[in-house]
Design a protein around this ligand. Structure first.
Ligand SMILES: Nc1ncnc2c1ncn2[C@@H]1O[C@H](COP(=O)(O)OP(=O)(O)O)[C@@H](O)[C@H]1O
Ligand SMILES: N[C@@H](CCC(=O)OP(=O)(O)O)C(=O)O
Length: 254
């Protein structure tokens, strides 16, 4: 663990919060991820989570076997699932003696100077308490970018920039950006060199795939924030990343 206290934004994708089939939440996965974030908070780091998973959670409750194509149906799933998602986080973090705070944002909120400042003030105040982890998702019932394009990746970069974070960790269902042979690319300095590696496939209920992750990484590194894309299904990686170990794909800040 690096000695210095860091401000860290962690993005959790649908693929690591849901069951293998992408229907309903995986409580065991959430519990493990929360334990890892709890360890960082106890070590003095400031952690903010940008979490997907509302649609996957809602699918289960609404009795749907696959993610609907229609936007209003996806929004309905998100509205049902968001409270379940927060309930899962709140009960898992309570076991760590940590409280959670929910922020539902849109990209427009972060584009507007007044709202941007309000969001930053709220987040910095929450972080100053020392035992609160803010959990952010897009406000899916009023914003459509996320549900259509998977912009929780971009939202995580925007939040990292808003908070002048020291590090953005994007945890997903693969070990990192893979090359054509399926091997993880450990270090990316030049985005143009790896653009051709991005395929169109993604998880059952996921939205963005690798394309939005690379866009988010590019946005953050341009703003001086290093990014790590790694597996959220393997235990202990968060701790190793924060300690400076090479795990997954690392994008150094410009
Ligand atoms: N070059 C690549 N390396 C790794 N994964 C890739 C690549 N190209 C496309 N993908 C896809 O991106 C997926 C991860 O994104 P996604 O399913 O949206 O996850 P999340 O739910 O975490 O946002 C992988 O499971 C894989 O299907
Ligand atoms: N806001 C949506 C997530 C949309 C999204 O970006 O999904 P993902 O590609 O899994 O990060 C939800 O909570 O289901």
């Amino acid at each position: 663990m690096a000695k210095r206290s860091q401000r860290i934004v962690l993005k959790f994708g649908t693929g690591i919060l849901s069951t293998e089939k992408g229907i309903g939440l995986s409580r065991s996965q959430i519990a493990r991820l929360v334990r890892e974030v709890g360890a960082l908070v106890r070590a003095g780091h400031e952690c903010v989570i940008v979490s997907s998973g509302a649609v996957a959670a809602g699918l289960d409750t609404l009795g749907l076997a696959t993610k609907p194509k229609e936007l209003a149906a996806k929004q309905a799933c998100a509205a049902v699932g968001q409270s379940q998602l927060m309930h899962a986080y709140a009960s898992a973090f309570a076991k760590q003696g940590i409280s959670v705070a929910q922020l539902l944002l849109t990209h427009q909120d972060l584009d507007s100077r007044v709202r941007h400042l309000n969001a930053r003030n709220t987040l910095t105040h929450l972080l100053s308490r020392g035992h609160v982890v803010p959990i952010i998702n897009e406000n899916d019932s009023v914003a459509v970018e996320e549900l259509n394009f998977g912009d929780n990746d971009r939202l995580s970069a925007e939040v990292a920039i808003l908070l002048k974070a020291d590090l953005l960790i994007i945890l997903t269902s693969v070990d990192g950006l893979q090359d054509a042979a399926g091997k993880v690319v450990p270090l990316v300095r030049d985005f143009t060199e790896v653009a051709s590696l991005v395929r169109s496939d993604k998880g059952h209920t996921s939205t963005g795939g690798m394309v939005t992750k690379l866009q988010a990484a590019q946005l953050a590194v341009k703003a001086g924030i290093p990014v790590n894309i790694a597996s959220g299904r393997k235990a202990g990686l968060v701790y190793q990343i924060v300690a400076g170990k090479r795990v997954g794909t690392y994008f150094p800040a410009k």
